[in-house]
Design a protein around this ligand. Sequence first.
Ligand SMILES: [Zn+2]
Length: 197
Amino acid sequence: MCHSFLTDANFYRLLLQIDESLAEEVRARGCDCGGRLHSARYPRKPRGIRSALDASYASRLSFCCAQDGCRRRHTPASVRFLGRKVYLSVIVVLITALQHGLTERRRRRLIEELDVPPQTLWRWRHWWREQFVQSRCWRALAGQLIPPLATDHLPGSLLERLRARILSERLVELLVLLSPVTTATGSLGVGPDPQTM
Ligand SMILES: [Zn+2]
């Protein structure tokens, strides 16, 4: 693998820890109705990288209100899963970011190694250009970027703007910034709920 962190179990453990702390905030807040939240995870089958993932990657953290008559679903933001896309967020972000920056050869190799079909790549590009740029998450983020960032090279242009020296650290930083888009409120106005995307 040309990016060694992609096969490093510690990298995925770090992402899991971030997801767990995002989830803990949601759980501690409870439901608007005053009800307690119970765990109700979504099953996931991430494609591309298996060996470095533990069992925690077979589900996305989510909760359901325990109150009868409410039972509202509360799904915390995630740095691991971008909606129901079958590839992990880090793969979607990395491959689409490499398109505008690092070498094309490396990108090709990664696509081959992960066996990502061309239609999937097309859908990802389309998502960044058409849907992500309309999301609340992006609008909030864009407002803080000085100088403003051109949207046609997302997410690569955003990745380049981040400070961390090592690519894997910059990716984690980027995934945290993007995580609101994985919630219903952060993605609002972009069509389908990310849970059914
Ligand atoms: Zn409730």
